[in-house]
Ligand binder design. Sequence first.
Ligand SMILES: Nc1ncnc2c1ncn2[C@@H]1O[C@H](COP(=O)(O)OP(=O)(O)OP(=O)(O)O)[C@@H](O)[C@H]1O
Ligand SMILES: Nc1nc2c(c(=O)[nH]1)N[C@H]1C(S)=C(S)[C@@H](COP(=O)(O)O)O[C@H]1N2
Length: 188
Amino acid sequence: MEKIKIGLISISDRASKGIYEDKGLPALKDWLDLAVLNDKEYVEHLIPDEQDLIEKTLIELVDQEKCPLVLTTGGTGPYIRDVTPDATLAVADKVMPGFGEQMRQVSLYYVPTAILSRQVGVIRKQSLILNLPGRPNAIKETLEGVKDDNGKIKIHGVFASVPMCIEVIGGPRMETDEKIVKAFLPKI
Ligand SMILES: Nc1ncnc2c1ncn2[C@@H]1O[C@H](COP(=O)(O)OP(=O)(O)OP(=O)(O)O)[C@@H](O)[C@H]1O
Ligand SMILES: Nc1nc2c(c(=O)[nH]1)N[C@H]1C(S)=C(S)[C@@H](COP(=O)(O)O)O[C@H]1N2
C-alpha cells in the first residue's frame, strides 16, 4: 500500500489565538488513523478565519506539499468571519457539488441547522479538498455517515467516495477499514 500525504487545516479564530484548545486537528487525525489503512503523513496548519491565509495554505498543501487529500475544519457557516468555502472555491479547478450536498444530508440527521454549512468539495490539480464543519464531532459524522445499531449504513458518509475520486485524479490507491467506512473502488 502506498503512503499518503494528507493536508489538514483547522480554521478557527479562537483556537489559533489560544483562547481555546484546538480540537479540530486531533479529531481529524483520530478519525483518519482509524479509517485509512495506508501509512499516512500529516501536514498540519491551525490558522484564523482569514480568506487570504486560507487560500495561501490550501495552495501550499496542493502545489508544494502535493497532498492528494486536504481536509479543512471550521469557518463554513453564515457568520461574517466564516470564509472557508469562499477561499476553497477561489483556488478550485473543479467544484464537486456532491460532497457538500451529501455532508449536509448526513449532518441533518444530527442537527437541524446542518443547512447553514456552506461546505464544498473541490479539485485543485491532483488534489481533493473537502471542507468540514467546525464542531469537532462533525468530522466523524460527515466523513463516516450514519449507521444503525448493527453497523448497517443508513446515510452514506462522504469518505466512501474519497478513494475513488483520488484515484481518478491520479493519486495513490487508498484502503479503508470497512468497519469504519466502506470505500467504493473498482478492483484492479
Ligand atoms: N478548532 C476548534 N477546536 C475546538 N472547538 C472548535 C474548533 N472550531 C470550532 N469549534 C467549536 O465549534 C463551534 C462552531 O465552530 P465555528 O467554526 O462556527 O467557530 P466560530 O464560532 O466561528 O469560532 P472560532 O472561529 O473562534 O472557532 C465553535 O463555537 C466551537 O465551540
Ligand atoms: N455534523 C454537523 N454538521 C453541522 C453542525 C454540527 O454540529 N454537526 N453544525 C451546523 C451549524 S450550527 C453551522 S452554523 C454550520 C457551520 O459550522 P462552521 O462554521 O463551524 O463550519 O455547520 C452546520 N453543520
